[in-house]
Design a binder for this molecule. Structure first.
Ligand code: ADP
Length: 247
């Protein structure tokens, strides 16, 4: 098995001639937490959209597990184990937390939701759903309506529904955005836990979180890779300081 799980070559996205992502070479090592950072408009979200095929590339190649996935569809990519948080599952506020995860498991296993199925059949998913809720620290909220959860716990539930797809690699888009201090600490611990035995690619604005979590960081600015390395290395880079840290 190759050390590199995800790799891009010359990944480029143009919107009517505007180059949002320019010739990006990413190399994500298996089993690591890899951060993708950069100022607003740097191209981070566009990169995520390209990697998960929400947008087609203008040029370049995306290789996952040694396979060229450049022309696959989002659902095919999720099936290969490369899953973006919130890609397939959303949180349904009027269902309970447990029902949300159960539904995600049903969908992950290819069973479309069937309103005529007796409740007893649906329950076979419950033991796995409870395991996933335990993984994200939501066991005691299993019977609560998802809509009643705090913002931070809703994000944890979204991660549980993503885990239902049994990802090998997870793409997390700003997991701590808009969170209180306590929630940030909880999500950091959670990301570390879900990263065990997986690979995580993370877009994150909070540099303390990036420093604490990421093994490798790619810094983007104006669509191009400015620097790559561990936090100490990239944060010392004068180009990064000028473009990103504003110093
Ligand atoms: P980031 O996530 O780093 O803030 P984005 O990937 O959202 O950056 O955006 C990168 C650049 O591409 C920005 O200048 C943005 O305005 C532009 N852009 C993103 N999506 C589109 C689109 N659908 N059409 C035109 N321009 C876009």
């Amino acid at each position: 098995m190759s050390d590199t799980i995800l790799e891009t070559e010359g990944m480029t996205k143009e919107f009517r001639g505007f180059v949002a992502v320019s010739d990006v070479r990413l190399q994500v090592r298996r089993g690591t937490i890899h951060g993708l950072i950069g100022p607003n408009g740097a191209g981070k979200t566009t990169c995520f959209n390209l990697l998960t095929k929400f947008l087609p590339v203008t040029r370049g190649k995306i290789i996952y597990e040694g396979r060229d996935i450049t022309n696959l569809k989002p659902a095919d990519i999720a099936r290969l184990g490369l899953v973006r948080s919130f890609q397939i599952s959303a949180v349904f506020p009027h269902l309970t937390v447990l029902e949300n995860v159960r539904l995600a498991l049903q969908r992950a296993r290819g069973n479309s939701f069937d309103f005529w199925r007796p409740e007893s059949l649906l329950k076979r998913y419950d033991s796995r759903a409870m395991e996933l809720l335990e993984d994200v620290g939501l066991t005691e909220y299993a019977r609560h309506n998802a809509g009643e959860l705090s913002y931070g716990r809703k994000r944890a539930l979204e991660i549980a529904t993503t885990l239902a797809l049994e990802p090998t690699m997870m793409l997390l888009d700003e997991p701590t955005a808009g969170m209180t201090h306590d929630d940030v600490d909880r999500i950091v611990a959670l990301v570390r836990r879900v990263a065990a035995g997986r690979t995580v690619l993370l877009v994150e604005h909070n540099l303390k979180v990036v420093e604490g979590l990421c093994d490798t960081i790619t810094v983007l600015a104006r669509g191009s890779v400015l620097a790559q390395g561990d936090y100490a290395t990239v944060s010392r880079n004068p180009d990064v300081q000028a473009a990103y840290l504003g110093t």
